[in-house]
Design a protein around this ligand. Sequence first.
Ligand code: AHG
Ligand code: MN
Ligand code: MN
Length: 329
Amino acid sequence: MEDSRIGLPIGVTLDRFIKRFQDDFPYATGELSQLLRDIALAGKVVNREVNKAGLINLSGSIGSDNIQGEDQQKLDVLANIRFIRAFTKGGEAGAIISEEDEKVIDLHNRGKYIIAIDPLDGSSNIDVNVSIGTIFSIYRRLSPVGTPVTKEDVLQPGTNQVAAGYLLYGSSTMLVYTTGKGVNGFTYDPTLGEYFLSHQDMRIPDDGKIYSINEASCLGFPDPVNEYLTYCHEHAHNSRYIGSLVADFHRNLLKGGIYMYPTTATYTTGKLRLMYECNALAFVVEQAGGMASTGNSRILEIVPNNVHQRCPIFIGSKVMVERLESYFM
Ligand code: AHG
Ligand code: MN
Ligand code: MN
């Protein structure tokens, strides 16, 4: 059988790539492929809005807080609308979990997939023209289509993800995703309106020199994290922190590094959200040969009890995450 990691050549379109690998999915009926296309299309729309934000009065806050108590930006709200609309119209989704919606959006028995999404990540960077992103996780529902979506359908551990990835609205716009058979990256060409395969079978370097953390909160970090930071300081590491998880993660995926958001004095259970930030990137990083940990355990094995729950995260190159974990032992 042909190894699906030896894929199509660089430059092939996303659509052709999805079609080529559709048959690799167990029980494939084309719905997961369609979901990925829906995400890619909504991403094009959001990309257009992000690019024009300064021109069409889309910068700035909307003047309300989301469920996290965080100031919602206009583009947070707009991106949420774009993705929810794509999933609702498509018919493949049974329920949607979004950072911007307190309650799970129940699509009334319709589709067989559950989607968790951070429609716009790094939104404090919108107004200053710095990279932002979208993060998504896709699960297959456990209960049969046609019956009401259950709590167990929604609160699945990350190990159950069937696909996950992110869009990065950066110096170029990229879609990076996995369906559990490696990680591939596609670059969007706005002049053609197409994504093209640009990063085939992405592998994160086993070790690296970059660490990414908001070090200003160090007084509230657990001791093992500060001890690991001292190790980084003593071993000629580089500190790089954009403040957009997707962008920090993507750089470290390509160059080797570790991204950390530990518990802090302000965020006593961590800041980042398990279901629509951590799990997706944990799936991607593991598929690329890296690791994602809470310091003590594998992110993907956490069974959520709340769709908006937070967790500490240490994610990136294997050797770096293992070293960080050794300080927790
Ligand atoms: P979001 O914009 O979706 O709320 O996510 C913000 C997150 C993440 O993108 C980023 O890495 C982190 O918050 C930055 O937090 P600090 O400003 O506390 O460093
Ligand atoms: Mn986010
Ligand atoms: Mn967000």
